[in-house]
Each structure stands twice: as C-alpha cells, then as structure tokens.
Design a protein around this ligand. Structure first.
Ligand code: PXP
Length: 242
C-alpha cells in the first residue's frame, strides 16, 4: 500500500503574515487539500507565531475531516494549547527562533524524563503523540522509552543530498531511513517521514516499506502559487504513488 499524504499548510500562513491581513487563509487551503484527496493536515504553531496563529489551529480543529496533526515545541504553553484544542496527533519538534525552518530532529535522548511526562499528559487527553527525530538508533530507542506512538523521520539530510546530486549520500540517507523504519516498527512505533520533500525526491522515501505517511509543505504551497492548491496536492499524490 502506498504511503499517505499529510499536507502542511504553514506557508499559506507565511504569505498571509507577509501583510498581516486575512488572506490567503490556511484553513481554506486545508479544505481544498482534503477535497483533492490528501489524508491529513499538518500545521506548526511556532512559539514566535511567525506563520500559523492560534486561531488557525482552532478553526482547523473544527473543519478538518481527515486528521489534524499539530506540530509544537515541547513547552508548557504549547502543551496547554494542545490539550485544549485536541488535535488527532501532536508531533513534538525542536524549535529555535533564529532558524528559517526546522533544522533538525528533536534530541529525545537528552530529555527522556521531561518528554515522557509531556507524552503522558497528551496521551491521557486522548491525543496520539509523534516525535520528529533524526533516523538514528538512539533516537528511536528514546522515542519508544518516552511512550510515543509515532516517529516522524527527518528527511532534511536526504533532501539536501538530492540537491547536491550526491548519489552516495542519497543512498546513505535512504538506507538510514529504511533501517530505522524497520527498528521503529519492531518496537511497535508507527512511522512517518518529512521535511524538504518535493515532487522530484519524494518517490524514494514514499517507496520505503513501513512508512505510513509523508508530510509535505513548502513544495506543495510553492507549486500551488502557479497551478492552484487542488492540482498541486493531486500531483503530489501521484508522485507518492509512482
Ligand atoms: N515535518 C515536520 C516535523 C516539519 O517541521 C515540517 C516543516 O515545518 C515538515 C514536515 C514539512 O516540511 P516542508 O515544508 O519542507 O515540506
């Protein structure tokens, strides 16, 4: 069975926030993405609220009919917001105010006790939990230890290797994600992947046995500017199924 597609609508909000007005609305984009056949909507509520706003997540919670995956940094304020809004899934990500986009996976091994408490609170509120990590053995083991339900492997290094055109590095990154998918599934963790994926490089990741869902944002929104959201999502679904 081919991997599912989660559409990240952050950068629709980036365009809106460039003017701080009401359009384009990430909630409208999410509805169109669902009509085009995607399997879930993801959005990252950053602490600096540079794109997605609290209001967007609240409206998405009321309108998304597939699955809402809220990405947050593991902070007390975000935990309270998430338990209040009740997304289907929370993905814990690392966040750094200076970065242009998420730069790496969360270092779960460095914060086992703190993250375990975080996960327990979310799960006791009936919210499934995912951790966005590098495809590394220690991180997978730590994800299991803190009680996460899912891991999302960071495909950023793979995407960078594709851009460089380094076949050896591409192969190394694909192998790491393949191996870590096997390990995660052995531990009973469900596996997602994303970051930096586009129409050209998504195929090799989508083809990895055991990866349930691919999360894509920037490349879909970039294409949507020219061809429209519906077509951009449909074309990504085709690229995943190829
Ligand atoms: N997965 C995670 C955890 C992310 O933080 C992001 C970007 O915010 C994505 C996937 C989507 O990445 P991109 O916009 O590069 O497709």
């Amino acid at each position: 069975m081919s991997a599912k597609l989660g559409v990240n609508v952050d950068h629709i909000a980036t365009i809106r926030e460039a003017r701080k007005i009401r359009e384009p609305d990430p909630v409208t984009a999410a509805l169109i993405a669902e009509l085009a056949g995607c399997h879930g909507i993801t959005a990252h509520l950053r602490e600096d609220k540079r794109h997605i706003q609290d209001r967007d997540i609240r409206l998405l919670r009321g309108t998304v009919t597939t699955k809402l995956n809220l990405k947050i940094a593991p902070t007390a304020e975000m935990l309270q917001f998430a338990t209040n809004v009740q997304p289907d899934l929370v993905t814990l990500v690392s966040e750094n105010r200076q970065e242009i986009t998420t730069e790496g996976g969360l270092n779960v091994t460095a914060k086992i006790d703190e993250l375990a408490k975080f996960v327990m609170t979310l799960k006791s509120n009936d919210i499934a939990v995912c951790v966005f990590i590098e495809p590394e053995t220690e991180q997978v083991k730590a994800a299991k230890k803190i009680g996460a339900d899912f891991v999302e492997f960071n495909t950023g290094k793979y995407a960078a290797a594709c851009d460089l055109g380094s076949i050896q590095e591409v192969d190394r990154e694909v192998s790491a994600i393949e191996d870590m998918t096997v390990l995660a599934r052995k531990y009973g963790l469900r596996v997602l992947a994303g970051h930096g994926l586009n129409y050209r490089n998504v195929g090799a990741i989508a083809a990895i046995e055991g990866i349930e869902e691919i999360n894509v944002g920037h490349s879909i929104v970039s294409r949507a500017v020219f061809v429209g959201m519906e077509k951009a999502v449909k074309e990504m679904l085709e690229a995943i199924r190829r």
